[in-house]
Write a protein that binds this ligand. Structure first.
Ligand code: B3K
Ligand code: ZN
Length: 857
C-alpha cells in the first residue's frame, strides 16, 4: 500500500460547492443520486478526480450530458473525467449494498437500522466525491424508503420537508446551510424511539434536542440529554460559542467502530456513550457519557465550522476538542480527580505509544491508512499541547487567542500552524519555539538537581530535558514547568499556592531563587504542567513529605504514587532473592495509614490516592517488563495492606456504604479491593453480599470484579447470576466479558478462549470485540504475556479473522504486540512470531499491514 506524505499536499484543482443528494434505501441495493456543483479552485488542468470505493457506477452526467464510458476512467478507487469549463454540474448515480458492509464505514446497517460513519474516508463508499476535508460544500439530502420499516429518516441540518411519494415510499429532506467536508455527512434511517428536549441559546434561539435510540431504551437517555444541555451552556459561557442550527440530534447505535462521531447537527454515537441508568451503568460510564457528549458537541466549533485542511492536521480538531472536553468535565466534577484520570490515561496509552515503534508527532509527516492515526498521541498528547498553550498564555489571553481563531477561520479548513498563529496573534505571546511540540515525537525526560546555599540564602534548580525518541540533535522544547517550593512545615515559599511558572527552553537551564530561608522541598510540574517523564526520583522522605503537604492535589497524589511505585519496583527487583519483601516499605505504610484517617479529603481523591499503580504502569518503569514478578509484587502488597489495615478498611467500607455519592462508592470499592485481596472467607463473602444487594451497577461490577479472581464457589454463582440478570442488555453483557477477560486466576486463558464460543460472542460487534479481546490484550498482562505464547497466538488469530470483516478494529488490536522490545528474549521471539504470522496473511488490509509492519521495525 502507498504512503501519503504531508509534504505532497496540493490544494484541489476544483471544489465542490453544493451537493444535492438523494438516497433511496433498499433491502437489496441502495441507490445514491448525487448532483454536484463544481468550481475551479486552482490552475492545473481540466482533470477531475473523484474518490469512490465499493461502488457500482450506474451513470455519469456532466452539464446534463450523459458521459459514455470511453470519456471517463474508472478504477476501484476513483473516477476521472474532464471538466467542460471552470464551473459545471455533474450528476452521478451509484448503487451500494449497506447490508453487506461489515467494516462499519460508509453506509451500513446496525440492528436493522441504516446509519453512516464517514470520517475519515467513508463518504467515498457512499458515492463518488472529492472526499477530502478541504472541500467544503452545502448539502441537501433527501432520504427515501419504506416508511413502515424506516419511519425515522435523518440527515444533517434542518428539516425542510417530508411526505409520501406517488409510489408510496416515504421521504425526508434535510438542508444543511453550513458548508462542510464530506466526512461530516450523516444519514440515519430506522424504527427508532425519540427523546426530546430543548435548549435556549444565549441569543434566545430555541433549539430542538433529540436523542434517537432503539425502542425500550428511552428511559436511559436522561444523563446524555443533561450532559448535552450542560455542554451547550458551557461552550457559550467559556468560549462564547452558540449553536447554529434549529435542531441538534444524537442517534445511538450498537455497532460502532469508536465512541461517537460529530457529524453536523446529527451526531452518531456508540450506544455505550448514550445509554445509562444507575442499574445498568457504572459511575465511570456516566462520566464517559458526559465527556463524549461534550466532546462531540464541542466539535461543532472546533472541527466542523473550522475543520482540518488535510488529515495530517487531525490534532487541530482532536487535541483541541479533547482539551475542551477535559476542561468541561473538570468544571462539572472534581477538577483534581479529573486531572489525575486524564494523566493516568495519557500515561497508560500515549507514553508507551510515544516510546515504541508507532511513535509519531502530533502532526505526523506520513501515513498509509489514516484510520490508524486516531491515536492517543493525536488526541491525548494533542490535548496536553493545547493545555500547555493555555498555561503559557493564561486564561484571559488564551480566550483572546481562541476568539481570534474563530473569527479568522470560521468556515475554513486550516492547518495547526494557522491555529498556533491565531493564538499567538490574539494573545501577543510568542510561540515560535513552542511549535516544536507539533513535529517532535517522544516524551521528554526531565532531570532535576537542586542546591541550597545557606550563606547567600539562594536556592537553585538545574533542569535538563532529553528526548531520545526525537534523536540526539533534536532542538529543545519550550516546556512550562509549574513549580512550588515548600518550607519544612509544608508552607508555600512563593507567592500564590498555584506556584511559579518556569519556562524551560534550553537543554539545560538553572533557575535561582533568592531569600529562601532554608532548603525547600520543590514541587515540580504541578497539575502535570507538561507531558514529560520526571526522571529523578527524590528520596522516600521527600515523597512522603509532599504526599502529606503539597497544596497541589495532583502532585500530592503523584508523590503517593511514586512512593508506591518505588516500593513495588523494589519488590520486583528482589523477587528472586532471599531478602524479598512481601509488603511495601514502612514509609509507604505510614503514609497509607495517614490517608485512612484523613476524613477532610474529598472521597474520590482519597480513593485515587489509596489505589496502587497498575501492573502496566509499573512495567513501564522497567527497561524489561518483569510480568510475573510485577503481578506477584502488586498482589502481595494488596494483601499485606489489606491485612495490616483490616479494621480501618472495614470502617471506611462501612462508612461509605449506602451513600448515594460517586466518591463514596469509589472509596468503598477501593477498600473492598484491599479486603478481598486478603482472600479471607469473610471478605469474599462481603463481596458476594455487595454483589447481591447492590442497587447500582458500580457496586455490582466492583464486587463481581473481586469475585472473578477467586476460585470460591461464589465465582461461578455470581457470574451466572449476572449473565441471567442482564442477558438482554448488550452493554452490560460487555462488562461480563471484560471482567472475565481481565481475571488473573490461573484458568483465565481457558475461560477467555471458551468465551469466544459463547453464543453472545461475535466478532461483528466492535464493543464485544473490545470487551473480550481488547480487554484481554491490554488489561490482562499476566495471561496475555504468558510464556507459553498462548496469549499472543490468541490475539493474532483474532486479528487475522477480523482483518476480513473489519480492518479498522483489527488494526487497533495490533499495538500490544508492538511493545515486544520491552519484554524478555523468549517473549520477544513469540511476539514477533505472532506479528509475522499476521504479516503473512493473505489479503491483509492496509490498516493491519501498516500497524504490523511498523510494529516489527
Ligand atoms: N472524529 C471521530 C473519530 C473518527 C474516527 C475515524 N476512524 C470522533 C471524535 O474524535 O470525536
Ligand atoms: Zn473528536
Amino acid at each position: 500500500p502507498a504512503t501519503i506524505f504531508l509534504k505532497d499536499y496540493k490544494a484541489p484543482t476544483f471544489r465542490i460547492t453544493d451537493v444535492q443528494l438523494t438516497v433511496e434505501l433498499g433491502e437489496e441495493t441502495t441507490r445514491v443520486t448525487s448532483n454536484l456543483s463544481f468550481s475551479r479552485n486552482t490552475d492545473g488542468g481540466q482533470q477531475v478526480r473523484l474518490h469512490g470505493e465499493n461502488l457500482t457506477l450506474v451513470s455519469l452526467e456532466v452539464e446534463g450530458r450523459e458521459i459514455p464510458p470511453a470519456e471517463y476512467t474508472h478504477t476501484d478507487k476513483d473516477l476521472t473525467f474532464l471538466a467542460p469549463s471552470d464551473q459545471f454540474t455533474a450528476r452521478i448515480v451509484t448503487d451500494i449494498r449497506p447490508q453487506d458492509n461489515t467494516e462499519l464505514e460508509g453506509l451500513y446497517k446496525s440492528s436493522g437500522n441504516f446509519c453512516t460513519q464517514c470520517e475519515a474516508e467513508g463518504f467515498r463508499k457512499i458515492t463518488y466525491f472529492m472526499d477530502r476535508p478541504d472541500v467544503m460544500a452545502t448539502f441537501t439530502t433527501t432520504v427515501i424508503g419504506d416508511g413502515s420499516k424506516y419511519p425515522v429518516m435523518l440527515s444533517n441540518g434542518n428539516l425542510d420537508g417530508h411526505g409520501t411519494l406517488k409510489d408510496g415510499r416515504q421521504f425526508f429532506r434535510w438542508v444543511d446551510p453550513h458548508p462542510k467536508p464530506a466526512y461530516l455527512f450523516a444519514l440515519v434511517a430506522g424504527d427508532l424511539a425519540c427523546v426530546s428536549d430543548e435548549f435556549v441559546t444565549m441569543s434566545g434561539r430555541r433549539i430542538d434536542l433529540k436523542i434517537y435510540v432503539e425502542k425500550g431504551d428511552e428511559d436511559k437517555c436522561a444523563h446524555a440529554m443533561q450532559s448535552l444541555k450542560n455542554s451547550m451552556k458551557w461552550d457559550e459561557e467559556k468560549y462564547g460559542r452558540e449553536y447554529d442550527l434549529d435542531i441538534f440530534m444524537i442517534v445511538a447505535v450498537s455497532d460502532f467502530n469508536m465512541g461517537a462521531m460529530e457529524n453536523k447537527g446529527l451526531n452518531v454515537f456508540n450506544s455505550k456513550y448514550v445509554l445509562a441508568s444507575p442499574e445498568t451503568a457504572t459511575d465511570a460510564d456516566f462520566d464517559g457519557i458526559e465527556s463524549v457528549i461534550a466532546h462531540e458537541y464541542f466539535h461543532n466549533w472546533t472541527g466542523n465550522r473550522i475543520t482540518c485542511r488535510d488529515w495530517f492536521q487531525l490534532t487541530l480538531k482532536e487535541g483541541l476538542t479533547v482539551f475542551r472536553d477535559q476542561q468541561f468535565s473538570a468544571d462539572m466534577n472534581s477538577a483534581a480527580v479529573k486531572r489525575i484520570e486524564d494523566v493516568q490515561r495519557l500515561r497508560a496509552a500515549q507514553f508507551p505509544e510515544d516510546a515504541g515503534p508507532l511513535a509519531h508527532p502530533i502532526q505526523p509527516q506520513s501515513y498509509v491508512e489514516i484510520n490508524n492515526f486516531y491515536t492517543a498521541t493525536i488526541y491525548e498528547k494533542g490535548a496536553e499541547v493545547i493545555r500547555m498553550i493555555h498555561t503559557l498564555l493564561g486564561e484571559e489571553k488564551f480566550r483572546k487567542g481562541m476568539d481570534l481563531y474563530f473569527d479568522r477561520h470560521d468556515g475554513q479548513a486550516v492547518t495547526t500552524e494557522e491555529f498556533v498563529a491565531a493564538l499567538e496573534d490574539g494573545s501577543g505571546v510568542d510561540l515560535t519555539q513552542f511549535r516544536r511540540w507539533y513535529t517532535q515525537p517522544g516524551t521528554p525526560e526531565i532531570t532535576v538537581t537542586d542546591q541550597y546555599d545557606p550563606a547567600t540564602r539562594r536556592y537553585s534548580l538545574t533542569v535538563r530535558q532529553d528526548n531520545p525518541k526525537a534523536g540526539p540533535k533534536a532542538p529543545p522544547l519550550h516546556i512550562p514547568l509549574s513549580l512550588g517550593l515548600l518550607d519544612d512545615q509544608g508552607h508555600e515559599l512563593m507567592e500564590g499556592a498555584a506556584g511559579n511558572m518556569l519556562n524551560l527552553t534550553e537543554h539545560e537551564q538553572t533557575f535561582t531563587f533568592d531569600d529562601i530561608p532554608a532548603r525547600p522541598v520543590p514541587s515540580l510540574f504541578r497539575n502535570f504542567s507538561a507531558p514529560v517523564k520526571l526522571g529523578s526520583n527524590p528520596a522516600d522522605e521527600r515523597l512522603d513529605f509532599l504526599f502529606k503537604n503539597d497544596s497541589d492535589p495532583f502532585n500530592r497524589w503523584e508523590a503517593g504514587q511514586r512512593l508506591a511505585t518505588r516500593c513495588l519496583l523494589d519488590m520486583v527487583e528482589k523477587h528472586d532473592s532471599p531478602e524479598r519483601p512481601n509488603a511495601p516499605s514502612g514509609t509507604f505504610m505510614d503514609a497509607f495509614a495517614a490517608l485512612l484517617t484523613d476524613e477532610d479529603l474529598d472521597p474520590a481523591f482519597r480513593a485515587a490516592a489509596m489505589a496502587l499503580p497498575g501492573e502496566n504502569y509499573i512495567g513501564q518503569q522497567m527497561p524489561i517488563v518483569a510480568v510475573d514478578a510485577i503481578h506477584e509484587a502488586r498482589s502481595a502488597s494488596m494483601r499485606s495492606i489489606g491485612t495490616r489495615f483490616e479494621d480501618d478498611l472495614t470502617r471506611i467500607y462501612n462508612q461509605n456504604s449506602g451513600q448515594d455519592n460517586m466518591g463514596c462508592r469509589r472509596l468503598k470499592n477501593v477498600a473492598l479491593s484491599y479486603l478481598t485481596a486478603t482472600e479471607s472467607e469473610d471478605h469474599i463473602l462481603l463481596a458476594a453480599r455487595q454483589y447481591r444487594e447492590a442497587t447500582n451497577m458500580t457496586d455490582r461490577v466492583a464486587a463481581l470484579g473481586r469475585l472473578v479472581d477467586t476460585d470460591h464457589p461464589e465465582h461461578d454463582a455470581a457470574l451466572a447470576d449476572f449473565y441471567a440478570r442482564w442477558e438482554t442488555d448488550q452493554l452490560v453483557i460487555d462488562k461480563w466479558f471484560t471482567l472475565q477477560a481481565m481475571a488473573s486466576r490461573p484458568q483465565a486463558m481457558d475461560d477467555v478462549e471458551g468465551l469466544l464460543k459463547h453464543p453472545a460472542f461475535t466478532l461483528l460487534n466492535p464493543n464485544r470485540v473490545r470487551s473480550l479481546i481488547g480487554a484481554f490484550a491490554a488489561g490482562n498482562p499476566v495471561h496475555f504475556h504468558s510464556i507459553s505464547g498462548r496469549g499472543y497466538r490468541f490475539l493474532s488469530d483474532r486479528i487475522m479473522e477480523l482483518n476480513k470483516t473489519n480492518p479498522q478494529i483489527a488494526a487497533r488490536l495490533v499495538s500490544p504486540l508492538g511493545q515486544w522490545r520491552r519484554y524478555s528474549p523468549e517473549r520477544q521471539t513469540l511476539m514477533k512470531e505472532a506479528l509475522n504470522r499476521i504479516l503473512e496473511t493473505e489479503n491483509l488490509s492496509p490498516h493491519v499491514f501498516e500497524m504490523t509492519n511498523k510494529s516489527l521495525n
